[in-house]
Design a protein around this ligand. Sequence first.
Ligand SMILES: [Zn+2]
Length: 111
Amino acid sequence: MLRFKDFLRKGDFRVPLCTACKETIWPPFETCPICLSRTIFRRTTKRGILREFSTTFTSETPQQFGIVELGGVHLLGSVHGFGISVGCKVILYECGIDNNGYPFYKFKKCP
Ligand SMILES: [Zn+2]
């Protein structure tokens, strides 16, 4: 998890890949949980598909968030833009680690 967070802290989203069995490892681990080999952190596409979404009204302005399938993994993040629907294409435009130490992902609808 350490290398993953180091990359993410810099806004560089990467997905771990096992160097031996070539499996995508998600959630991220330093070693492969299948064969215990070392993982490398590979840059992936920033374009994904919105699989589910909802709107939260807990803040002053309503905010949308959803589950995005991207590079073989699923991420929960905020989704910005109008006309969002399940199955639409979105792009990861910002990611990182917030002040509480939690990862965040921000998506917007592809034009
Ligand atoms: Zn493996």
